[in-house]
Design a protein around this ligand. Structure first.
Ligand code: GRF
Length: 193
């Protein structure tokens, strides 16, 4: 069974969906670790409740990204993690982790990339007046939501949608789409020597 770490900064509804899919046997993986850069985030509570170890850190306590990523790496090695899943981790991944986990980091973004990268993708789509937006799962590189696209799902925007209703629609899709796609990727992933 592949061993994954989930990185998140906020509410962690995607973290929860992944854990729930593992618990029900729909996702064949072990969630070894939560990595969170926001002490006090709701996702930390969720990990505690699920008895999943969490590495929670405050980036301000470090001098550089290299330094906190070295600490993260140590944790990932300790738990023998094979694969990293970003789920609302609001931070660019640096070369320390990209190098150690080349081709083994994925992210989910709430738009049809390359449209609306970066923060506030849902608001960006509403402001642009597009009628279709969606969800993208992609490999992570050094850019902001720029890595190779793995899978996408479309979501229709209706006349009366606002940021809340659209976010709700998007989350609903994410919560099954992400665990299912992770499962497919893990099936093909070779375990590191
Ligand atoms: C999701 O909408 C995801 O697409 C984006 O951040 C959000 C995280 O939500 N990257 P949650 O913390 O999983 O509820």
């Amino acid at each position: 069974m592949k061993r994954i770490a989930v990185f998140a900064s906020g509410s962690g509804s995607n973290f929860q969906a992944i854990v729930d899919h593992v618990k029900s046997g729909k996702l064949k993986a072990n969630v070894m670790l939560l990595v969170c850069d926001k002490p006090g985030a709701k996702v930390v509570e969720r990990a505690e409740k699920e008895q999943i170890p969490a590495f929670v850190f405050d980036p301000k306590q470090y001098e550089s990204k290299e330094q906190f990523e070295e600490d993260i790496l140590q944790q990932l090695r300790h738990y023998q993690v094979d694969f990293i899943v970003l789920a609302g981790y609001m931070r660019l991944i640096g070369h320390t982790l990209l190098h150690a986990f080349a081709g083994r980091i994925v992210n989910i973004h709430p738009s049809l990339l390359p449209a609306f990268p970066g923060k506030h993708a849902i608001e960006q789509a509403l402001r642009a007046g597009v009628k279709i937006t969606g969800v993208t799962i992609h490999y992570v590189d050094e850019g902001m939501d720029t890595g190779p696209i793995i899978a996408q799902r479309a979501v229709e925007i209706s006349e009366d949608d606002d940021a809340n209703t659209l976010a709700e629609k998007i989350h609903k899709i994410e919560h099954s789409f992400y665990p299912e796609t992770i499962g497919k990727i893990l099936e093909k992933l070779e375990v590191k020597a």
